[in-house]
Write a protein that binds this ligand. Structure first.
Ligand code: SF4
Ligand code: SF4
Ligand code: FES
Length: 246
């Protein structure tokens, strides 16, 4: 069968404005959107630019906007969309554009780093490396969901706070990463990490719109993790407020 893809194009070396190109290819309903992009690049236009690596939902590098919603091109199939109409493929929103479907992820990773400072050296050196640091199944379950994150950026590209209200908001992926450490029973600087999240444009910027959870390709309950983190911050850093509200 024939499928048409309408793809966002922009080459900073030759274009003043972005435009869309249409490509019609032979595809099956079970083909992945990434297969379609590869087919176009191999057979019709080798200049089409997009990222990919694992092709199996592991590396998180092929996140794009498909029919208006962020997703991994290797996880979505043609049949997930109404392919009787053209499929619209665009770069992730919010991120600065580099070329075609490629966006600049540097700010994304910078924010994740800023929200997740390294453990201070004295805390690291106080750990007895000779001793096993056992963790119960329940303790591990506290951050099990967060470690599935593949840092694709889909959540950030869907977050209404990032897109419309506060462009400096640290974002769901950075808070999720912080949640992973704050709730790990082996972490020794959880309090300091919670203080970092309380900075302006931090965890309180999240307004629980749940869009991050809706689009996450790893089905992580991102908003739940953020709410859990907020609750812990109130309980541990502001216990007085916690008593007043309970
Ligand atoms: S939380 Fe989900 S959507 Fe956000 S970066 Fe991680 S895997 Fe991607
Ligand atoms: S729940 Fe919070 S982080 Fe997720 S999309 Fe909504 S505002 Fe953004
Ligand atoms: S190419 Fe690695 S997640 Fe899609």
């Amino acid at each position: 069968m024939k499928v048409t893809l309408k793809i966002f194009r922009f080459n900073p070396e030759t274009d003043k404005q972005p435009h869309y190109d249409h490509f019609t290819i032979e595809a099956n309903p079970e083909d992945r959107i990434l297969d379609c992009l590869n087919k176009i690049r191999w057979e019709q236009d080798s200049s089409l630019s997009y990222r990919m690596s694992c092709a199996h939902g592991v590396c998180g590098s092929d996140a794009v906007t498909i029919n208006g919603s962020p997703a991994l091109a290797c996880q979505k199939l043609v049949k997930d969309y109404d392919y009787s109409k053209e499929l619209v493929i665009e770069p992730l929103k919010f991120f600065p554009l580099i070329k075609d479907l490629n966006v600049d992820m540097r700010l994304f990773f910078k924010r994740i780093k800023a929200a997740n400072p390294k453990q201070p050296a004295e805390k690291v050196s106080s750990v007895d490396m000779e001793k096993e640091r056992a963790q119960s199944i329940q303790e591990r379950a506290e951050f099990d969901d967060a470690i599935k994150c593949v840092l694709c950026g889909c959540c950030v590209a869907a977050c209404p706070v990032e897109l419309e209200q506060d462009h400096k908001f640290v974002g769901p992926a950075a808070i999720l990463r912080a949640q992973r450490y704050i709730f790990d029973s082996r972490t020794q600087d959880a309090t300091e990490r919670m203080r970092v999240l309380e900075k302006p444009h931090g965890v309180w910027g999240c307004k629980s719109y749940f869009m991050c959870t809706v689009v996450c390709p790893k089905n992580i309950k991102v908003t739940e993790a953020i709410l859990k983190t907020k609750k812990k911050i109130i309980q541990e850093l502001h216990p007085k407020n916690d008593q007043e509200t309970s």
